[in-house]
Design a protein around this ligand. Structure first.
Ligand SMILES: [Fe+2]
Length: 381
């Protein structure tokens, strides 16, 4: 493509080289393109565990190196070589070849390669597509968003805290519980009843400043990956909580009323996985706290429907693991804790500044006690 065709175009008689700035620019395009091509071939082999041959395509999606800048760096490299050659040899024929090559690869990627990759790698590719440009670099490409927050609504980061930091926090929580106790929240409910103990945000602010510091730090990360300017919820009681679940405890299927929720797991335990259907909700926008939204959510909640239409994710608790999700879009629940060890995690809630929920008028915003005004679900008020 970059050797034989140009050779045929130029003919065996060759050409007089035009040694001006244009030919030097052409030469640098050839060198840059060649280096890019070699880099991409290496990445296909090293990262994608495959080759350029159609019989042995990459087994992993290649998204690092030059693939962070544009989605088709290999084709861009070939294009760079061809344009470089056309300038270097002052050949209109090679320039036409470059134009035909670009048109053909554009059609090929749009109508074949991209649908194939979407089918092969699913949401990971969709998010990559959303984040990185096909031919031109996006100046504000967000590398972290590869982890799928942008389009899928879930971001997972391991080792956000070290095992030592988690152990130190657990010790402080144990100490707090010994002195002040915690509140047990228990509600019946279908597939997975609600049962967990909680230390609420007001008490955290008063007694556990390390957790408050973490809540602020995670806020920065959440804003970076979401490109939103989110803030802690105004209602301090529910803004940042410590949830503790013992053996057999579960958390029902629900959406959060706030936009983004971050869950930081503080220990490795058996069971107690967060189960999630990413960006599953059909949101009614401004009417999302209405009865109609509740009816729609209920209709889409049965397991068979979830399995047909949802993108299922299961996240196991692991010390230091951080899960960030679009809480108001991702249907989520906690599977039963099966081991003896309690599941301990921080729940950090964020939303746009000034967002208010009518349930905030009541003290019992998250059904901590049994005296909730009408027993309604706080996620719909
Ligand atoms: Fe939630």
């Amino acid at each position: 493509m970059t050797l034989l065709v140009p050779y045929l175009i130029l003919g065996s008689r060759g050409r007089m080289l035009n040694i001006g700035w244009l030919s030097l620019f052409g030469l640098s395009l050839i060198l840059i393109g060649t280096a890019g091509l070699i880099w991409c071939i290496w990445q296909f082999f090293a990262e994608g565990r495959g080759t350029l041959a159609p019989v042995d395509p990459p087994k992993e999606l290649v998204i690092n190196g030059l693939y962070q800048i544009v989605r088709n760096p290999m084709y861009v490299s070939v294009l760079s070589i061809l344009i470089g050659e056309s300038l270097f040899f002052a050949s209109t024929g090679i320039l036409i070849e470059a134009a035909i090559f670009f048109a053909a690869t554009h059609l090929f990627t749009v109508f074949y390669e991209e649908p194939y990759l979407k089918h092969q790698f699913g949401p990971i590719y969709e998010n990559y597509q959303h984040t990185v440009g096909r031919w031109l670099p996006r100046l504000q490409a967000k590398r972290q968003a590869y982890d799928t927050f942008g389009s899928i609504g879930i971001y997972l980061l391991d080792e956000y805290l070290s095992p030592e930091e988690c152990a130190a926090l657990r010790d402080k929580i144990t100490q707090y519980r010994r002195e002040h106790g915690d509140v047990l929240v228990e509600r019946d409910g279908g597939e997975r009843p609600l049962k967990y103990s909680v230390i609420d945000g007001v008490k955290i602010k008063e007694h556990l400043p390390d957790v408050t510091g973490l809540y602020e730090r995670v806020n920065e990360l959440v804003n970076r990956i979401s490109s939103l300017k989110l803030v802690p919820l105004e209602n301090e009681q529910v803004s940042c909580n410590i949830n503790i679940m013992g053996a057999g405890n579960t958390y029902r299927w629900h959406y959060d009323r706030n936009a983004v929720t971050a869950i930081l797991y503080l220990n490795d335990i058996e069971g107690g996985e967060t189960e999630c259907y990413a960006n599953y909700r059909i949101s009614l926008g401004n009417a999302r706290f209405s009865k109609f939204q509740r009816i729609l959510d209920k209709a889409l909640q049965p397991e068979t429907i979830r399995k047909i239409f949802g993108r299922h994710r299961v996240v196991a608790p692991k010390a230091g693991r951080l899960l960030v999700m679009r809480g108001d879009r991702c249907l989520h629940s906690v599977r039963p804790v099966t081991g003896d060890e309690e599941r301990i995690n921080l729940i950090m809630s964020y939303d746009l500044p000034g967002t208010k929920f009518s349930v905030d008028e009541r003290l019992d915003g998250y059904l901590y006690g049994h005296e909730n005004a009408d027993g309604s679900d706080p996620n719909y008020v």
